[in-house]
Design a protein around this ligand. Structure first.
Ligand code: ATP
Ligand code: MG
Length: 436
């Protein structure tokens, strides 16, 4: 993209309404704009980040054998009456009427809808297990939308649903999602710690929240220093091997990790003081086993091997795709701006033309831009070098290719790595080889 013709409205001033750094930087870097309380428009650069994050989530769900589909945002209230949640959900649920006075809701989640879809078509034990997911907008009328996209009212979520014949199968699905989640967050440059979460009336330890450590997080967290040393890439585990999954989940859950809601001071105090870590965290994902809660309430059974009806065991698995954009920035920034991890950056590189209008500089920049295409943001504005440097640092591109008159005459550019800040004078070809 050419910055002179791009809708990337950067701000010099810090917007007064933003309380945390990711919100400030998302507004200043021109990624999003609020259109109503807790509702955001994703501008071109921000939308690219959102798409990159969604692509990583999708790739890891697919690799775990989950099937992507797309359910609507609008749901009939009838399904929610069947599960009993129409009244329970309260004011967080946005309720609507169509012209025929039918009750509808804007989906805050999709357990009812997916159970209904399965109940219509899945009839035999032979068709299970299955995991399906979608990446779709949700609406929750949060009491206090805040922190930008971190706690919005409209937000993008990946939600997956598993259907198994029995408890043992459901455990395998749950573990598979836990491994997929650790790989997903790792690819975004994040270290997420699975922490035991409230699992409601069903009990057991089959609910985990995935927490990114950040001083601005909404939850207080307590964890064992062992998490500072674990292999977050979670390599060496076969996601389709139940034995590997058991081993992996064992590794993730033997050390103490809890949010304030589930914190047990008694257990915590037994941990050696030098291993006790306390901090704040952002919840970026949540996995949940709930047995036959929805299948039983909504009359969904399949014929078991002996012909008798069985209510499938279910779980649901959420990732806050839009919240992750903020979470990545919370984890990766400095005083000058965002530092995008390569995997989620809106552009791999910015091309900074320090003397727009100078024939040699313009020609070299155009050549680089032609080679990099959409991977680059070409700062072709008639602006001072200082403004271009500041905006490139603010927007956080992993690489800056700096083209000035002296280097351009000699066919060289300066290459800056945003993380770390090293600059190197290189020939055009070696600079491009580093960037691509
Ligand atoms: P929270 O405790 O933060 O309200 P939740 O328990 O209500 O989250 P889930 O229903 O488990 O959230 O939703 C799955 C994921 O969706 C969460 O882990 C979070 O990353 C994201 N999410 C939930 N609510 C919001 C929101 N209001 N804005 C942005 N993302 C959200
Ligand atoms: Mg919530």
């Amino acid at each position: 993209m050419r910055l002179s013709r791009s809708f990337v409205p950067t701000l010099k001033e810090t917007p007064a309404e933003a309380q945390i750094v990711s919100h400030r930087l998302m507004l200043r870097a021109g990624l999003v704009r609020q259109t109503a309380a807790g509702i955001y428009a994703w501008l071109p650069a921000g939308f690219r980040v959102l798409q990159n994050i969604a692509a990583i989530v999708r790739a890891e769900q697919d690799a775990a054998g989950a099937q992507e589909l797309l359910m609507p945002t609008i749901q009939p209230a009838e399904l929610w009456r069947e599960s009993g949640r129409y009244d329970d959900y309260g004011k967080e649920m946005l309720r609507l009427n169509d012209r025929h006075e039918r009750d509808l809701v804007y989906g805050p989640t999709n357990e009812e809808m997916i159970t209904d879809l399965f109940r219509q078509s899945v009839k035999s034990y032979r068709e299970l297990p299955q995991i399906v997911y979608h990446i779709q907008w949700k609406f929750r009328d949060e009491v206090r939308p805040r922190f930008g996209v971190m706690r919005g009212r409209e937000f993008l979520m990946k939600d997956a649903y598993s259907f198994d014949l029995d408890y043992e199968g459901a455990v395998v699905s749950y573990r598979r999602m836990m491994l997929a989640y650790m790989r997903t967050f790792r690819r975004m440059g994040l270290k997420a710690i699975p922490m035991q979460a409230e699992s409601g009336p069903i009990g057991g330890n089959m609910s985990h929240e995935f927490i990114i450590l950040a001083p601005t997080g909404e939850s207080e967290v307590f964890y064992d220093a062992a998490f500072e040393e674990i292999d977050y890439s979670a390599s060496g585990f076969d996601i389709f091997s139940p034995e590997d999954l058991a081993r992996f989940v064992g590794l993730m859950t033997t050390h103490y990790a809890a949010t304030d809601e589930k914190h047990e001071p008694g257990t915590w105090e037994k941990l050696a003081p030098e291993r006790q870590r306390r901090g704040r965290g952002i919840e970026v994902g949540h996995i949940f086993y709930f047995g036959t809660k929805y299948s039983a309430a909504m009359g969904f059974t399949v014929a078991g091997a002996d012909g008798r009806p069985v209510a499938p065991e279910m779980g649901s698995y959420g990732i806050g795709v839009s919240r992750l954009v903020g979470a990545v920035i919370e984890a990766s920034h400095d005083e000058a701006g965002i530092i995008w991890p390569d995997a989620v950056a809106p552009f791999r590189a910015a091309i900074l033309n320090l003397r727009q209008g100078d024939g040699t500089c313009d020609r070299l920049c155009e050549e680089i831009y032609a080679k990099l295409g959409l991977a680059a943001l070409y700062d072709d504005r008639e602006e001072r070098a200082g403004v271009k440097f500041a905006d490139a640092d603010l927007m956080g591109h992993p690489w800056q290719i700096i083209v000035g008159p002296r280097g351009a005459a000699a066919g060289t550019v300066e290459l800056k790595r945003r993380a770390g800040g090293e600059r190197q004078e290189l020939s055009l070809d070696s600079a491009l080889a580093r960037v691509l």
